[in-house]
Ligand binder design. Structure first.
Ligand code: SAH
Length: 232
């Protein structure tokens, strides 16, 4: 074996090295063609386990990180998922390979358009790409079984906590705008109680949510109403 031809299985091996054990997640990483979500001139680097520039100062996430977040979201095949930060669309397709319905929201319309085009040519099922401030969530399709945020915020945005179904998971990097951040998981307690009420969400990670600190990470800033301000 020449050993020089890099491929998707290299990304699977890297995700394993990062401790990802969920076989469905590893299989998704081995199946979603990352090379179609990076700029053409960087296609050769698509199988390196690192972030890559996708324009507008943004990056396609490191595949091992995408895998860790997908594992942390504890997805089931019928789950409804919201991704915040579509970027290239790659992460959304990984989530789509693991869940039933995926909506991904992107604040930069030029990126959203490119992500939509890249996703349209893939056969893993439909992903809806919408444009807006994802710190407000996407109430049109709430509640979600999982919300995965691919940019780092100062605190969990209350609308995202509110848009979780009972038992739903919010996976989000929290910390400094540039620097020290941790991947966090907020799990909403309880089963659907069917009382027809509004779910009683107060949008704060108090006793209604279990908070877990998972691992140190480094992401681009989440910019918006419940994120950081615009600018660098
Ligand atoms: N999941 C992407 C990662 C993109 S990087 C991928 O696999 O390629 C994070 C993205 O979050 C950037 O595209 C950035 O524009 C976007 N973003 C930042 N703040 C946002 C917000 N409030 N709402 C929606 N998208 C946001």
């Amino acid at each position: 074996m020449a050993g020089s031809t890099r491929q998707l299985s290299d990304l699977v091996a890297q995700a394993r090295r990062y401790g990802v054990r969920d076989e469905a997640v590893l299989e998704a990483i081995g199946r979603v063609p990352r090379q179609r979500f990076v700029p053409r001139r960087l296609a050769a680097a698509a199988f390196d386990d690192g972030p890559l520039p996708i324009g507008e100062g943004q990056t396609i996430s490191q595949p091992a990180m995408v895998a860790m977040m997908a594992e942390a979201a504890q997805l089931n095949p019928d789950d409804r998922v919201l991704e915040v930060g579509a970027g290239s669309g790659y992460g959304a397709l990984v989530l789509r390979a693991l869940a039933g319905r995926v909506v991904t929201i992107e604040r930069r319309s030029a990126l959203a358009e490119k992500a939509r085009a890249a996703l349209a040519s893939e056969g893993l099922g439909e992903v809806e790409v919408v444009v807006g401030d994802g710190t407000l969530g996407w109430p049109e399709e709430a509640p979600y079984d999982a919300i995965v945020v691919t940019a780092a915020g100062p605190a969990p945005p209350p609308p995202l906590l509110e848009q979780l179904a009972p038992g739903g998971r919010l996976v989000i990097p929290i910390g400094a705008r540039h620097g020290h951040q941790h991947l966090m998981r907020y799990t909403r307690h309880g089963q659907a109680d069917g009382d027809g009420g509004d779910g009683g969400g107060n949008g704060s990670p108090g006793q209604e949510y279990r908070e877990e600190r998972l691992t140190p990470v480094r992401f681009v800033p989440l910019i918006g109403t419940h994120g950081f301000g615009p600018g660098r």
